[in-house]
Design a protein around this ligand. Structure first.
Ligand code: PLP
Length: 224
C-alpha cells in the first residue's frame, strides 16, 4: 500500500471530532510532499532542526505540530509558524514560548504533556503537578500562549487494558480541567494515540492522533 492509501484507511476510521497528524520525523521532504498531494495537511515533527527546513521547503498551508521534547533555546526558531506545541512540560518552557510568541505577534496554542506511562523516561507533568500549576493561576500572566489541552503517551506494552486505563485517565483529567474552566485554558484538544495504540486512544476520546510508521513505514534510525 502507498502513502495515500494508508492515510485514507486511517482517516476512514476517525470519528468527526478526531484529526490525524502525520508524524513525518526522519522522512524527507519528498515523502511529505506525497502525503500532501494525497490531501494531508497536519504534520508532526519532534525536532526543531528538522521542522524548520521542512516548513521552508513545503507549502504554506501545512499545519506544523511540535510533538517532541522542546528545548527553550530553540523555541524562537518555530515561534513564527508552529500551529500547536504538544510537548509543554514546564512553566519555564511555557514562559519562553510566551516571550517568543510576543516577539512575532502571535498567540501560540499549546498542550500540556502529562506523564501517564509507567516508563520513567518520558517527559511530562504528573496529574498533581498540572493541577497545582493550573490552580496557581500563573499562566494568566502569559498573554501570548493559550493552553488548548493535554497530550500523553501510553506505556509501550501489548497490554491493551493498561493502555486503555492510561488513556482513560488522561481523558478524565482533561474533562475535569475543562469543567473547571481555569483562566488561560481553552480545553479543546486531547492528543493521544500513535501507530500502535491509536484505536484505543480514539475509543477513549482522543481528538488528535499522532501516527508515523503506519503511514510512512519504519524509520531508519536508532534514536527516537
Ligand atoms: C514518533 C512519535 C509518534 C509517532 O510514532 P509511530 O509509532 O511512528 O506512530 C507519536 N508521538 C510522538 C511524541 C512521537 O515522538
Amino acid at each position: 500500500m502507498d502513502i495515500a492509501h494508508r492515510l485514507e484507511s486511517i482517516k476512514s476510521t476517525l470519528p468527526a471530532q478526531c484529526r490525524l497528524i502525520a508524524v513525518s520525523k526522519t522522512h524527507p521532504v519528498e515523502t511529505i510532499q506525497e502525503a500532501y498531494m494525497a490531501g494531508q495537511r497536519l504534520f508532526g515533527e519532534n525536532k526543531v532542526q528538522e521542522m524548520v527546513p521542512k516548513s521552508e521547503a513545503l507549502p504554506k498551508d501545512i499545519e506544523w505540530h511540535m510533538i517532541g521534547h522542546l528545548q527553550r533555546n530553540k523555541v524562537k526558531y518555530i515561534a513564527p509558524f508552529v500551529t500547536l506545541i504538544h510537548s509543554v512540560d514546564s512553566m519555564s518552557l511555557l514562559e519562553e514560548i510566551n516571550k517568543q510568541a510576543e516577539k512575532v505577534g502571535r498567540v501560540i496554542p499549546c498542550l500540556l504533556q502529562i506523564h501517564i506511562a509507567m516508563e520513567e523516561t518520558k517527559f511530562g507533568f504528573s496529574e498533581e503537578e498540572v493541577m497545582r500549576f493550573l490552580r496557581d493561576g500563573a499562566i494568566t500572566a502569559l498573554s501570548h500562549v493559550k493552553v488548548y489541552g493535554l497530550m500523553g503517551m501510553a506505556t509501550l506494552t501489548d497490554n491493551q487494558a493498561q493502555i486503555r486505563s492510561e488513556f482513560g485517565g488522561l481523558k478524565k483529567l482533561f474533562d475535569s480541567i475543562r469543567q473547571a474552566g481555569y483562566p488561560g485554558t481553552d480545553m479543546r484538544e486531547l492528543s493521544m494515540g500513535m501507530s500502535s495504540d491509536y484505536t484505543i486512544a480514539i475509543e477513549q476520546g482522543s481528538t488528535l492522533i499522532r501516527v508515523g510508521s503506519s503511514i510512512f513505514g519504519s524509520r531508519n534510525y536508532s534514536t527516537k
